[in-house]
Design a protein around this ligand. Structure first.
Ligand code: FES
Length: 115
């Protein structure tokens, strides 16, 4: 079972838990009372943004049009990302936890402070 380490941006550990591959990261965080801010749970508000670090980075990232649109609207992706071109999955890339299924490998998840 993959391990997920949740950290604050300053590196303070929030939790380390095991998660089933395929589970949505937001659901995992909610089940374990991780202070990950969210509102819609459907990929429209953009409040559940996180940064992911894992051993396979950098690699190409699959990202839905809906997720791209939200991140572009928030200024976290350039407009050019709408082209549908694959994006680089890198530690500084923002993702939406409600769109992100847990994978087989271990992750470090950086959780921004609540606004
Ligand atoms: S909770 Fe709204 S985009 Fe994820």
């Amino acid at each position: 079972m993959p391990r997920i380490l949740f950290l604050t941006p300053s590196g303070q550990q929030l939790a380390e838990i095991g998660a089933e591959p395929g589970s949505l990261l937001l659901d995992v965080a909610r089940e374990h009372d991780i202070p990950l801010h969210w509102r819609c749970g459907q990929g429209t508000c953009g409040t559940c943004r996180v940064q992911i670090r894992h051993a396979q980075q950098p690699r190409m990232a699959g990202m839905s049009r809906k997720e791209r649109n939200v991140l572009i609207r928030q200024g976290l992706l350039p407009e050019s990302a709408l082209s549908g071109e694959p994006l680089i999955d890198a530690p500084q890339q923002w993702r939406l936890a409600c769109h992100l299924p847990v994978e087989e490998g271990d992750w470090v998840v950086i959780v921004p402070p609540m606004e």
